[in-house]
Design a protein around this ligand. Sequence first.
Ligand code: DGL
Length: 272
Amino acid sequence: MADNRAIGVFDSGLGGLTVAREIMKLLPNENIVYFGDTGRVPYGTKGRDTIRKYALQDERFLLSHDVKMIVAACGTVSSVAADTAESLPVPFVEVVSHSVRVAVRATKNGKIGILATSATINSGAHKKQILESLPSAQVIESAGTLLVPIVEEGWTTLDDTVAIETLRRYLKPMIDAGVDTLILGCTHFPVLSSIIRNILGGSVTLINMGEATAKAIEKLLENSNSLNDGTLAPKYDFYASDKTKSFEKTVKVLLGDYNKDFEIEQVDIEKV
Ligand code: DGL
């Protein structure tokens, strides 16, 4: 048995492309429909009700594309609005629990850092789950509010002084505490990995939520016999609620080797 419908992936903006990229890498036969809510990004500074309303609209949009699964490629939605998926007719995958599992396995000194949006940090989702599986863990949290606009703006090169100085500030509590593992708790952040590594040093393990989640998606599709049979080349459809000046450059950075100059269609998400 196979299911050749696409995997639906959404994020508040373009950051979820770091998750889409990991799915493309691990599951090259799968079709993907991606929606980035670039007109309303960031979600991470908004209140719970607004984030829930947006998540429901994003999920409805993906369902209208007959997807076989919905992936919330957004740490913020996964942390504060995962319950919006309860009545979905297809499986739902969030990004928090899988990355927590990998982090708990990776840490040696039990000191785990979480760098995420303020909504994610305020939800306490990562911390709660870490302490459930590793009660002795010391969890150091930092809300990297300015990092999402920095990534959406494409300021991610190794020599970008704004990104470097901003990260130095947000990572200070992690350095002071001596974390050996850091969860990049926002899907925008993997493209800042090299700068983060330069600041923290090579001995800290960085957990990319996209990698951890792609593995969970693979398992879920295998267990339900729903993998794409690969008879046709994979199709990637991208939608966004706004196209900004730096949009195309940012898409290229986030998709990395997987960028193929895709067409991105603009949609009015409020009308979905
Ligand atoms: N990629 C989202 C997340 O993982 C972005 C955050 C935002 O919209 O503030 O949290």
